[in-house]
Design a binder for this molecule. Sequence first.
Ligand code: UDP
Length: 334
Amino acid sequence: MNILIVGGAGYIGSHMVKMLSQVGHHVCVLDNLTTGFREQVKYGELVVGDLQDLSLMETLFKAGAFDAVMHFAANSLVGESVSNPAKYYRNNVANTLNLLDVMVRHNVKNFIFSSTAATFGEPEYVPIDEKHPQKPINPYGASKLIIERILQDYAQAYGLNSISLRYFNACGADPDGELGECHDPETHLIPLILQAASGRRKSITVFGRDYPTEDGTCVRDYIHIYDLCCAHAQALNALVEGGEQGASCFNLGNGAGYSVQQVLDVAEKVVAQDSCRVVVEEGERRAGDPAVLVADASLAMEELKWTPLYPDLETIIEHAWEWEKKLAGFKKAV
Ligand code: UDP
């Protein structure tokens, strides 16, 4: 197939580009490189441009004859979305609308959308299934929920078929070691711990030990980037080959929660093999962090025929550590 991957130079998009290219699809990446990196696009072709550029989009869709579009290009920092909501509604909503409208004009019917657990807000129960009420508590989550809603109406009115995938905590790195997580600034727990271990930062701060969890730290559902991409590939199959119609949504996680302290413990074990250690500092709670976020991903497993290959946290961290050592310029162990 001919697939347009918007945001293919980012963390999740770049792994997706590799996976789809390796199974023989032709991939075109559209990325404005504001948060993505040219070097992360190792496969397919890269068009540097923005969803605001309507004439570029027209040209791209005229030439592209795309069978499907995957959309990863969004701003995703919760705190920033609170202080600068305009940026989030402009990019995550208005720019996505530009993309959907050009798809409708060019009769491209298959759309995979990166959504998020942040659309649920404060959990009313865990694990969170697709029936859980969606009451986002920040503009980031709200911006993604607006698109989920728009997709229902676009399916009805224009026959645009879509699958929205609500990610829990995407992490890990390409098992081949070719790609990995690159955010600037980095805000995510696992890469921050590993940067502290490699010496690229001084320490890691635990944001709160007074949560109502077993060890007092927040619990999250960490899903390997490879498994996340497999779920997208399965979703694409369901749309294109399985004839999945309308606008569906699936939660993506492992269904297992790990606390911040458990992540630290596993990471310390992994990095100790390279004689590295992590300096841990204690901090206040971070605003907007629910105590526990764990997915019930059984619907994706049943309907998309998806099974995570790397559910084990130690493997996830080992892959992320290989990538971090590469970034930090470690010599390969002999
Ligand atoms: N966290 C932390 N210190 C950090 C970064 C994150 O203690 O420097 C915690 C954070 O409070 C949350 C968990 O680690 O409970 C995962 O945070 P991350 O930002 O990786 O993902 P999120 O759950 O916000 O999507």
